[in-house]
Design a protein around this ligand. Structure first.
Ligand code: ACM
Length: 546
């Protein structure tokens, strides 16, 4: 396998003049790409001109590129201010969209135009994909004669502003190093939103200064395995969480790769770990014992919305999230929230009467409304848009207002359309086929996970976002996201196996115009990334990489 890749790598270096657009393996496929005559040949030393930009941010990202590039190729790039001596020119073009770029490679020069740092970053990611995969991997090539890339003209910009990946760390915890690897995978494919599902019935994974028991108690449970059917618990003391210092480190790492992090605190459902930590004010029945959950599924042990301290708790958690995550959104969950315990609790029943409803789902909406109003009292730089799972649409959203974002997962196409019709932004994350923790094949080697093996790479690739959506609703569709739930997934290796290469398929749906997407063409291009995955040590589904 490896030798085959090395062969194609050396062919690629020598015969770039013969490449066609299909043979250039850029993922996601650029909006416009034409292959020109000839190659650009790299000298061992060359000069680059980089434009000044606020905060020196273009120079900083170019320096990072330069250092990685040198590690992989031994080519030294030094700065110049003169066009005449620059082999690489980065130039501001304020006319281009925020994440768009132009990349022109001629036999004499590489020229990149963008309006913002993100556009320059994506252009450089594309440039690396024009080269052998060791360049993207940042590792030295085994041997080479000369470095060259085909002359091309690329005019590129993403179809959607939201190209996301969600990881559930409530069920299983992977830790800082694995999160950085996930961020690297996302950056490879120009994805820009990491949705971090940090709390669940089975574990609370983020340090909150004001409520230390959330991690002293809520981050730990008495079994690694979560029970399901005949599957029983084990005896491992299992858990973990991210300290504030860890979070800051990961936020910096993601920012350098133009990825925003959306923390999710799933409340008031999926909250048994928090309830176990503070039953005296979060539980609907504090007199009973509560523990971090050891089972798969949906716990009925939800937060007691009618307790004044529960509301204060949620506000305090939001304050700390706002400080830690300097981005535009916070996700408050909202999926699968059983109302059984509220129906038996006198305070909840009284509160429902007070708000003039007989639908217990409206208690949840009332809770969110208080939190949204609280958010509105914050200074502008601390305000965040709230995101919810699409079950929230089952309550009276009139009181919540339409300036929220709905993540559409169950009955996703219909839910997204419903949200857009109500004037809400929406993100498509259809359970079938975008839950990429589900088995990706029927092969006997497939690890234990959910599904029937029908969420194949092809099925994921062929989902068409925003298909047949009325033109006037389209502006409400912000983009797409793959989700990864971890009831069954306990190791980084299985996580990566299930992610790759399906993550790339979703990334292309988010970036490339629908009429430029074709599975057979994708399959040809993704095969080249087997080399990248091998070099990075990322596990992946190998069955289509042939
Ligand atoms: C979900 O899958 N419960 C959002």
């Amino acid at each position: 396998m490896k030798n085959k890749h090395l062969l194609s790598l050396s062919l690629f270096i020598c015969v770039c003049t013969m490449l066609t657009a299909q043979e250039i393996a850029i993922i996601p496929r650029p909006a416009h790409l034409t292959v020109e005559e000839g190659c650009f040949k790299f000298d061992n030393r060359l000069k680059a001109k980089v434009p000044p930009y606020q905060g020196d941010s273009v120079r900083i990202l170019f320096d990072a590129f330069k250092n990685e590039f040198r590690k992989a190729t031994d080519i030294r790039i030094s700065p110049t201010r003169r066009d005449a001596e620059a082999a690489i020119i980065l130039e501001l073009n304020r006319q281009l969209p925020a994440e768009g770029y132009h990349l022109n490679v001629s036999t004499k020069q590489i020229r990149i135009e963008a309006a913002r740092p993100a556009g320059f970053y994506y252009a450089l990611q594309t440039l690396k994909q024009l080269m052998p995969r060791n360049v993207m991997a940042g590792v030295p090539a085994p041997s080479h004669e000369e470095w060259s890339i085909p002359a091309v003209s690329i005019k590129d910009t993403p179809r959607f502003e939201w190209r996301g990946f969600m990881l559930d760390e409530g069920r299983h915890f992977f830790g800082k190093d694995e999160i950085k690897r996930v961020i690297d995978m996302m950056a490879t494919y120009k994805m820009n939103r990491f949705h971090w599902h940090l709390t669940e019935d089975q574990g609370w994974r983020i340090e909150i200064k004001k409520y230390p028991r959330l991690t002293e108690i809520g981050a730990w449970r008495n079994s690694n395995t979560l029970t399901y059917g005949s599957v029983k618990t084990d005896t491992e003391r299992y858990g973990g969480f991210y300290s504030r210092k860890d979070i800051k480190e990961i936020v910096d790492y993601a920012r350098q790769r133009f990825i925003e992090i959306i923390p999710e605190i799933d409340i008031p459902g999926h909250s048994q770990a928090a309830v176990a930590a503070y039953p005296e004010f979060l539980s609907c029945d504090p007199e009973n014992p509560h523990e971090v959950w050891l089972s798969q599924g949906i716990s009925t042990d939800v937060i007691n919305i009618a307790h004044p301290k529960a509301m204060q708790f949620a506000k305090d958690v939001i304050d700390e999230l706002t400080d830690l995550f300097p981005f535009g959104y916070i996700h408050l969950g909202g999926d699968e929230c059983p109302t059984d315990k509220w129906k038996k609790n006198e305070d909840c029943k009284r509160l429902l009467k007070e708000i003039g409803s007989d639908n217990f789902r409206d208690l949840q909406i009332y809770f969110y409304k208080q939190l949204k109003d609280y958010m509105a009292t914050k200074p502008a730089d601390k305000q965040r848009q709230l995101i919810f799972w699409n079950e929230v649409l089952h309550g009276n959203t009139d009181i919540l207002g339409n300036d929220i974002t709905i993540m559409a997962w169950v009955g996703a196409n219909q839910a997204a359309r419903q949200a857009a019709t109500r004037g809400m932004h929406t993100i498509l994350t259809p359970q079938i086929p975008y839950y990429i923790n589900r088995k990706q094949s029927n092969l006997p080697t497939e690890p234990m996970s959910q599904g029937h093996g029908t969420e194949t790479v092809e099925a994921v690739y062929n989902y068409q976002p925003m298909k047949d959506v009325d033109e006037k609703l389209q502006p409400y569709y912000k983009g797409v996201q793959a989700n990864f739930w971890t009831e069954w997934v306990t190791t980084p290796s299985v996580l990566e196996y299930l992610m790759l290469p399906r993550l790339a398929a979703v990334a292309e749906a988010g970036w490339t115009p629908q009429d430029k997407r074709n599975y057979e063409d994708f399959k040809t291009r993704i095969c080249r990334d087997a080399m990248l995955y091998e070099l990075k040590g990322w596990n992946y589904g190998k069955h289509i990489m042939k």
